[in-house]
Design a protein around this ligand. Structure first.
Ligand SMILES: Cc1ncc(COP(=O)(O)O)c(C=O)c1O
Length: 395
């Protein structure tokens, strides 16, 4: 185990010393999100902000290190981002041809990517595949391309799904289980954050009845690379079914922005039309095609991720957290002192994820290098020492 870090901004054993914010080095958000300013952030406990009107919520979302830095400062050893389900060991980046950088993306490169994706995901043909700059872009397009009168989202889940349908003015409810097939349905399978899995045969049966009344089934398989047994892609094309596949999570290349819709050819082409020409960059087409064709890497990675996740689950259970779900890319734990642990870890430069719907839940992604594992183990031990010290003093 690494020694507990010293310095004025790191938690010390047995105490809860929080990093002092350094207002001078507050980061900028890329992409026009505006300046994140610690001075304007509302007060918070465990990442939960408390506004003047008494409303609460989490304003640090998965992977938002700029905002985390604005609130907790810049850790001396850099942030360890465990707030997403992105593989920390990315697919080794191949050399990218200069044509991919300099020319507009060519149809042949798009076809090569569609072929590789169809093969990797087990689709019957490349005509079922629409390529996109990340599945988030497709989530935004779903209401416009498919339309629906009423939507159920199997929850709790990735909040962007309900947000996209609601933004389009379509009545959207959260459902705890498959609703009657009298509306369209969105689910994430396996689910983020709890890993809930729905049998694909059950989904296919649900979709068959729903499709006859014109309703849609949308299955977001962003994390299915580690649960290929759950995928509905091999059964495609099914009428009125759309499956989303994210490239960035399993391959650890979320910044490349690449994702896919798998659907009947006519629907796939409607997604392409909705995105417009050259939506996927030349480098993304080339890297994606290469990586998806590397089935040996994918096989090895599934095994490696399962081993690392077993280690993470053990570490968290050993620290007194109850593992309540997850996949091999993230784990969800239930922890009574979730807010304090979140603050403690963020103070030590380790960002994890909390959830407004369940304040006892914490989601952890996998640490990458051994140093990150050590920092996590040390911070958990520091927290445990502080917590038992408090219990002794107050018990
Ligand atoms: C369930 C789910 N779907 C889709 C996405 C978006 O992924 P991307 O746009 O990187 O493919 C995320 C990102 O966290 C997710 O958790």
């Amino acid at each position: 185990m690494l020694p507990v870090q010293s310095g004025n901004n790191v938690a010390r054993a047995g105490t809860f010393v929080h990093r002092r914010r350094r207002f001078s080095d507050v980061a900028h958000r890329p992409g026009g999100g505006g300046r994140v300013n610690a001075g304007t952030l509302p007060p918070h406990i465990g990442g939960m902000m408390i506004q003047a009107d008494g409303k609460t919520g989490f304003d640090i979302h998965g992977g938002d290190l700029d905002r985390a830095a604005a609130r907790y400062g810049h850790p001396a050893d850099g942030w360890i981002d465990l707030s997403t389900g992105i593989n920390p060991e990315s697919y080794p980046l191949p050399e990218v041809s200069s044509d991919s950088w300099t020319r507009l993306p060519q149809a042949s490169a798009l076809t090569a990517l569609q072929d590789a994706a169809a093969d990797a995901y087990g689709a019957r043909g490349a005509d079922l595949i629409a390529c996109a700059p990340g599945t988030q872009a497709l989530i935004q397009l779903l209401p416009r391309v498919l339309g629906a009168e009423r939507v159920a989202v199997l929850g709790p889940t990735y909040t962007e799904h309900a947000a996209a349908w609601r933004a389009a003015g379509i009545p959207t409810d959260e459902a705890a289980d498959l609703p009657p097939p009298d509306r369209s349905l969105v689910l994430v399978n396996p689910n983020n954050p709890d890993g809930r899995a729905v049998d694909p045969e059950r989904l296919a049966a649900w979709a068959e009845t729903a499709a006859s009344a014109g309703h849609w089934l949308i299955v977001d398989e962003a994390f299915a690379d580690v649960r290929p047994d759950l995928s509905l892609v091999p059964a495609m094309p099914l009428a009125n079914v759309v499956i989303l596949r994210s490239f960035g999570k399993f391959h650890g290349l979320a910044g490349l922005r690449l994702g896919f819709a798998v659907a009947a050819p006519g629907t796939a082409r409607r997604f392409e039309a909705g995105l417009g020409p050259w939506a996927v960059s030349g480098p993304a087409l080339e890297i994606g095609a290469r990586a998806l064709a590397d089935h040996a890497w994918a096989e090895r990675e599934r095994t490696r991720l399962a081993e690392r996740m077993a280690r993470l689950r053990e570490l968290l259970s050993g620290a007194g957290a109850e593992v309540v779900g997850g996949t091999d890319l993230f784990v969800l734990v239930d922890y009574g002192a979730a807010a304090a642990l979140y603050d403690q870890l963020a103070g030590a430069g380790i960002l994890i994820r909390r959830f407004a719907g369940n304040p006892r839940w914490l989601r952890f992604g996998l640490p990458g290098p051994e140093d990150a594992w050590n920092r996590l183990a040390t911070s958990l031990a520091v927290f445990a020492a502080g917590a038992s010290g408090l219990a002794r003093r107050h018990g």
